[in-house]
Design a protein around this ligand. Structure first.
Ligand SMILES: C[S@@+](CC[C@H](N)C(=O)[O-])C[C@H]1O[C@@H](n2cnc3c(N)ncnc32)[C@H](O)[C@@H]1O
Length: 491
């Protein structure tokens, strides 16, 4: 498993055959070559010369030793790039993958500003690797080429779209090779390959190839398909959808346009549940509620974890079962309570209450003990982290939910059974795979925005048995891409 330092600086070094293959494609004799985050110098080692930038002096020292012909600069790449013109023929490497929470301050500000040089307008939620590539692209001479290892997030992250738009607007050709088998076996993150050449040109399509394993002879010139940029945009800027064979993707698109097919967002509000700010304090088992004499009127059953959603309905039986197992699934709901019942007042003033009110989320709300959103009763819940498939459970117990699951509130007249049936339909299951994203360990993550885009067939929608079988097969394929199931890691 990766260490904290490795994660903080995105220090994962590229296997030799991968680096050699990318260098072999991007670099011609006599080229001036940049590796913007050279680490221990795996790419530089493959070059006769080259310039590497590296933040970490220890890595830079190793790089110098391994690639004596190269120049290695110890610097923050973006700071270094600020005063540079377009002076490189080629760029290669494997940029650090540092999530936006750690990729912050001046470095991020500068990175986002410099990325606009190629028209890539990133939000502050961008992970570091995308600006590394955009800024490297900006340092290439006309006609320049580049080849990078990139996180598979390029297939689904919101910030992948501005990068791809920027590259298509500044290169004659842009291609991506999706590799199913992990290039970094000890990381949960999958990695794909990105190629671009002909700096100064532009392209209306993205070359896309999906392969089970890395092969040293992989080249972007003859991609499996050329995805028109307009099609990619129309499909939400998600290259991940093109992992499906063309026929399956076409069928998916056709079915999603068929009468009766809606997106979840067209018929419901989808949000995450409440954030209590002090879970231990605000949640009770039946026994604990009795102990503190908390009246039933201010307690609501709640879904705190996706694992609670094991059936189609959250009903009184389910609640009784959870309480019977002594689970803390009663949440304190003091919204709309004018006069606090004396036992509740005592509980709020207890030592635990004194401590809870100092927590950040409690401190910033008034009054501190009313959990925002706890009063809203959703129509249904959806697991936002799932194994085989995401589950939707209809709320028949007046329950609420925490932010570990998605809260669905119907805004259009859709019956409970149609909503359930729609979510379980093979078209919707495939849509969950395509609109959601892999989280590592085989899990599928559905953010609220992703869940809103999931297609649900509702009456009078019709599909044939053959079409449904094709969708089920496509779901199986997407499982292999997120490494779910016993065969998932086989090539
Ligand atoms: C994923 S590693 C890749 C290293 C090497 N290119 C390879 O593929 O083997 C990323 C490297 O970027 C370095 N790094 C992180 N932030 C940086 C920054 N702002 N400027 C330059 N290098 C940085 C890390 O220390 C790490 O060595």
């Amino acid at each position: 498993m990766a260490s904290a330092r490795e994660k903080l600086l995105g220090q994962f070094f590229t296997p030799e055959p991968v680096a050699a293959s990318l260098v072999g494609w991007a670099v011609h004799n006599g080229d001036i070559v940049l590796d913007p985050s050279c680490g221990d110098g795996e790419f530089l080692r493959q070059l006769d010369g080259g310039l590497g930038v590296e933040l970490c002096p220890e890595n830079a020292a190793v790089a110098r030793e391994r690639a004596p012909g190269a120049e290695v600069v110890v610097a923050d790449f973006f700071q270094w790039a600020e005063s540079r013109g377009s002076s490189f023929d080629a760029a290669v490497g494997n940029p650090p993958f540092i999530r936006y929470q750690q990729f912050n301050g001046e470095t991020r500000k500068r990175a986002l500003r410099l990325s606009r040089r190629i028209g890539a307008d990133f939000s502050r939620l961008t992970s570091s690797w995308a600006p590394f590539i955009a800024v490297s692209a900006s340092l290439l001479k006309p006609g320049g080429r580049m080849a990078f290892v990139v996180p598979a997030e390029i297939g689904h992250a919101t910030y992948a779209a501005p990068l791809i738009e920027g590259l298509c607007g500044h290169f004659e050709s842009v291609a991506i090779i999706a590799v199913r088998e992990k290039l970094f076996p000890h990381l949960s993150q999958d990695a794909w390959l990105l190629f671009a050449h002909g700096k100064g040109g532009h392209t209306e399509s993205i070359g896309f190839t999906a392969v089970p394993q890395f092969r040293p002879d992989l080249r972007p010139e003859r991609p499996e398909r050329q995805v028109p940029v307009t099609t990619w945009r129309a499909l939400g800027g998600r290259l991940r959808k093109f992992l499906l064979p063309s026929r399956a993707l076409q069928l998916y698109v056709d079915l999603s346009r068929r009468i009766g097919c809606r997106t979840l967002g067209q018929v419901a509000d989808v949000t995450i549940g409440y954030v209590s700010g002090a879970n231990d304090f605000f949640h009770f088992s039946e026994q604990a509620a009795r102990l503190f004499d908390i009246p039933a009127e201010v307690l609501r059953p709640t879904v705190r974890r996706g694992e609670q959603l094991t059936a189609d309905y959250v009903d009184d039986n389910a609640v009784r079962r959870w309480l019977g197992a002594n689970e803390d699934i009663l949440v304190l709901d003091l919204s709309g309570v004018k006069a606090l019942p004396p036992p509740v007042r005592d509980y709020l003033n207890s030592t635990a209450g004194q401590e809870a009110r100092t927590r950040y989320k409690c401190r910033v709300r008034d009054p501190w003990y009313v959990i925002p959103g706890v009063e809203r009763t959703p129509s249904a819940f959806i697991t936002c982290m799932s194994g085989r498939q995401s589950r939707l459970s209809i709320n028949r117990a007046g329950a609420v939910c925490s932010n570990s699951v998605l809260a669905v509130t119907l805004t259009k007249r859709v019956s409970q059974s149609n909503l359930l049936r729609g979510w379980r339909h093979p078209l919707s299951r495939l849509s969950q795979e395509l609109e959601g994203h892999p989280l590592g360990g085989g899990m599928l993550k559905l953010e609220p925005g992703e869940a809103r885009r999931v297609h649900i067939p509702l009456p009078p929608f019709r599909s044939s048995k053959l079409e449904n079988e094709a969708m089920v097969e496509a779901v199986g394929l997407m499982h292999t891409w997120r490494h779910y199931g016993p065969d998932a890691n086989r090539g």
